[in-house]
Ligand binder design. Sequence first.
Ligand code: AP5
Ligand code: MG
Length: 190
Amino acid sequence: MKYFILFGPPGAGKGTQATAMAENYNLKHISTGELLRNEIAEGTELGKKANDLITRGCFVPDEVVVGMIRSVFEKVKDVDGFLLDGFPRTVSQAETLDQMLAERQEAVTGIVSIMIPDEMIKARIRHRAEIEGRADDASEDTINNRISTYHEKTEPLIAFYEKQGKYHEIDGTGTIEEVKNNIHKLMETL
Ligand code: AP5
Ligand code: MG
């Protein structure tokens, strides 16, 4: 099995690019954000607990997302690998993922990082707010909190995976098609 991590700040285009990647390389796309939004929409206990945190732009506890990832790994077998989107998001989540994969005699294959500057993050999220109506896209405070949380807690993962020689960065500022082509070129080498 291959284990790819689709990395990048909020609004970088992870969800946008994931569909084609999953299709082209027969990967199961797992977006922890999407799984959590489904739980909220279904009104589950987990969803109720996550709702307030997500709406404020805060992370949900590690054990919640780790549990969701573990259950997909256990259920889904008929693919060539997994495309993790929005996980791991902290060094502690990355360490847990490494352990979880080591138990299965597996390892992370590579990180595909879509990078855009903070000002572009805001423009893209504002644009998506008009189309999708996500609760965490609605307020400027929440967007700012997501951006600063990304810099503080998620950015250290770049060094974590650079040390493992697995970090690969793509310029995410071009058109959707340009970014897709850059990702395709990179994926052919991984
Ligand atoms: P999550 O859903 O993962 O949100 P995120 O990381 O903030 O990322 P986004 O989904 O906002 O951005 P994206 O990169 O997918 O961009 P998109 O393709 O939509 O997480 C939500 C919340 O859940 C978190 O804040 C947290 O509370 C919780 N959570 C999730 N995982 C967790 C974890 N592991 N631990 C703890 N908590 C967790 O694109 C954005 C917009 O730009 C779209 O409108 C799109 O059409 C447009 N666009 C995309 N590409 C381009 C382009 N090249 N040119 C122009 N426009 C473009
Ligand atoms: Mg997304």
